[in-house]
Design a protein around this ligand. Structure first.
Ligand SMILES: Nc1ncnc2c1ncn2[C@@H]1O[C@H](COP(=O)(O)OP(=O)(O)OP(=O)(O)O)[C@@H](O)[C@H]1O
Ligand SMILES: [Mg+2]
Length: 459
C-alpha cells in the first residue's frame, strides 16, 4: 500500500516537471531596478533601458510612500510595445504586497453588465486599502493537552457531535488549562488541532487560528505541510495586536451581504448588481471614524488603467470627480495615442483625455528601444519562457522586433520553439523563427492582405 502511494507521488512530480510553465507576458519583471540613489541600472529586475522613465517612476513610488500622491496621477505615454504596462507592473512590485494594485483596461467599462461608472467605482474602491489594527484578548500557546467531550446527535443517535473540549496551552513562560464550548470545539476538530500545534483563540469571537507546529514539538511525519514556528512567550491569556488589510470594496461587499441578509429576514427580495451610494457612504463614515480613533489607517493603492483613450467622456468626468474625493487612489494611466477624439464627443484632445484630467497628471514619456535593448528584452523573455535560442535566431527576432514590433517578435518565440521541437532540435534556429513568421503574420501584413482583395472586388 505504502509503495503505491510513493510511486504515485513521484509520478506527479515527474509530470509537473515535464509540463511547461505558464508565464504571463510580464512575469520577468520584479521591480524598477534602481540603486539607493534612485538611479536605474541598465538591466535590472527584469527591466531593460527606459532609464528616465524608470527613474521617474522611482520618484512616484517615493511620493506614494510619503502620501503625497493621493488624488493625483501619472500618465505613461509611448508607442506600442515600449513597456508602459511593464513599467506599471514594476511600480506595483516596488510598492509591495500591502499596497493594493488594481489593473484594468479602458475598454473593460463596456464589457460588463454594470454601469460604466460602477465598474470604475468598484475599481477605485478595490485600490484603496484599510489597514485595521485591533487589540484583542486572546489565548495563545502550544497545545500541550487536548480532550474532546462528545454527545449524541439530537436527531441521529449513531452520530456523535462535539460538546466541548478541554485544552492546556503552553508558552515559554506560562501554562493554562481552559474549557471551551461546542462552537470552539467544532473549529478545533475542523482545523485538526493536535498536540504540538501553536494556536490562538479570540476570546471575544471564539475564532480559532492555527499558526503552525511548535518547533520544539517537532514534526510528526517526515512530510508535513505545516509551518514550524517558535513557541510563543509571555502569558497564555493576553492582548494581541492584530492587523489586517482590507479594501474599501471588501467592506462595501460585506455591508451589502449584511443588507441582503436583513432583507431576506424581512421576506423581501433584493437583487442588486450595483452597490448603492448610501451603502458606500456608510462604509466611508465607519472607516473615517476608525481612522480618527487611531484604529485604522488608509492605504491609498494604485489604479492602473491601460489604453485609457478607450474611456469615454462620461467615464473621464466620473474619474476626475472621484479623484477629488478624500478617499482616492493613485491613478496610473497609459496610452499609445497622440491627438485623438475623446470618445463620445467630437472634441480632439491630447491622448484623447479631457484637459481637466490631464492637468492633474504627471506625464512620463517612454522612448522607442535601441536595437541592443530590443535584443536584451527578447533574451530575457526567452529565458523566462525557457526557450533556448541560437545567436542567429536571436538576431532574426531582433530584426523582426525592429522592423515590425517587439510584441510580434515575442509572440513568435513559442511557435518557433514548437517547430524546432518537431524537427527534433532543442535550440530554436534562425530558420525556425523565419518559418514561424511565415505561418503567423503581423497586423500590418494581415491588413494589406485583405486590402488587396478589396481592390480586386471593386474592379
Ligand atoms: N524595458 C523593458 N524591459 C523588459 N521587458 C520589457 C520592457 N519593455 C517592454 N517589455 C516587455 O515587452 C512586452 C511588450 O511591452 P508592454 O506590453 O509593456 O508594452 P506597452 O507599451 O504596454 O504596449 P501597448 O501600447 O501595445 O499596450 C512585454 O512582454 C513587456 O514585459
Ligand atoms: Mg500596454
Amino acid at each position: 500500500m505504502v509503495m503505491v502511494v510513493r510511486a504515485s507521488i513521484t509520478e506527479i512530480r515527474e509530470t509537473r516537471e515535464r509540463r511547461r510553465r505558464r508565464v504571463g507576458a510580464h512575469s520577468h519583471i520584479h521591480g524598477l531596478g534602481l540603486d539607493e540613489k534612485g538611479r536605474a541600472k541598465p538591466v535590472a529586475a527584469g527591466l531593460v533601458g527606459q532609464v528616465e522613465a524608470r527613474e521617474a517612476a522611482g520618484i512616484i513610488v517615493q511620493m506614494v510612500r510619503e502620501g503625497k500622491m493621493a488624488g493625483r496621477g501619472i500618465l505613461l505615454v509611448g508607442p506600442p510595445g515600449t513597456g508602459k504596462t511593464a513599467l506599471a507592473i514594476a511600480i506595483a512590485k516596488e510598492l509591495g504586497e500591502d499596497t493594493p494594485f488594481v489593473a484594468m483596461s479602458g475598454s473593460e467599462i463596456y464589457s460588463s453588465d454594470m454601469k460604466k461608472t460602477e465598474v470604475l467605482m468598484q475599481a477605485i474602491r478595490k485600490a484603496i486599502g484599510v489597514r485595521i489594527k485591533e487589540r484583542r484578548l486572546v489565548y495563545e500557546g502550544m497545545v500541550k493537552e487536548i480532550k474532546f467531550a462528545f454527545a449524541r446527535h439530537p436527531f441521529n443517535p449513531y452520530v456523535k457531535v462535539p460538546r466541548g473540549a478541554r485544552l492546556t496551552l503552553k508558552t515559554a513562560d506560562d501554562e493554562l488549562t481552559i474549557s471551551v464550548g461546542e462552537e470552539i470545539a467544532v473549529q478545533l476538530l475542523q482545523l485538526r488541532v493536535r498536540r504540538g500545534d501553536v494556536i490562538w483563540i479570540d476570546a471575544e469571537t471564539g475564532a480559532v487560528h492555527k499558526v503552525g507546529r511548535a518547533r520544539e514539538a517537532g514534526r510528526k511525519y517526515d512530510v508535513d505541510i505545516y509551518r514550524l514556528v517558535e513557541l510563543p512567550s509571555g502569558p497564555v491569556k493576553k492582548e494581541k495586536e492584530i492587523v489586517h488589510t482590507l479594501t474599501l470594496h471588501d467592506l462595501d461587499m460585506s455591508a451589502m451581504a449584511q443588507r441582503a441578509a436583513l432583507t431576506a429576514l424581512l421576506g423581501l427580495e433584493l437583487v442588486e448588481r450595483e452597490i448603492p451610494a448610501e451603502v458606500r457612504k456608510q462604509v466611508d463614515q465607519q472607516v473615517m471614524k476608525l481612522v480618527e480613533e487611531g484604529r485604522a489607517e488608509l492605504v491609498p493603492g494604485v489604479l492602473f488603467i491601460d489604453d485609457v483613450h478607450m474611456l469615454d467622456i462620461e467615464a473621464f468626468s466620473f474619474l476626475s470627480r472621484a479623484m477629488e474625493s478624500e478617499l482616492a487612489p493613485i491613478l496610473v494611466l497609459a496610452t499609445n495615442r497622440g491627438m485623438t477624439k475623446i470618445r463620445g464627443t467630437d472634441i480632439e484632445a491630447p491622448h484623447g483625455i479631457p484637459l481637466d484630467l490631464l492637468d492633474r497628471l504627471l506625464i512620463i514619456k517612454m522612448k522607442p528601444y535601441t536595437r541592443d535593448e530590443l535584443r536584451e528584452i527578447i533574451r530575457i523573455r526567452a529565458d523566462e519562457e525557457e526557450i533556448p535560442l541560437t545567436e542567429e535566431a536571436l538576431e532574426v527576432l531582433t530584426d523582426i522586433a525592429e522592423q515590425r514590433s517587439l510584441r510580434y517578435a515575442i509572440q513568435l518565440m513559442e511557435p518557433a520553439r514548437i517547430i524546432a521541437e518537431r524537427e527534433g532540435r532543442r535550440k530554436v534556429t534562425a530558420e525556425d523563427v523565419k518559418r514561424a513568421a511565415s505561418y503567423f503574420v503581423d497586423v500590418r501584413e494581415s491588413v494589406e492582405y485583405i486590402k488587396k482583395f478589396e481592390e480586386r472586388l471593386l474592379r
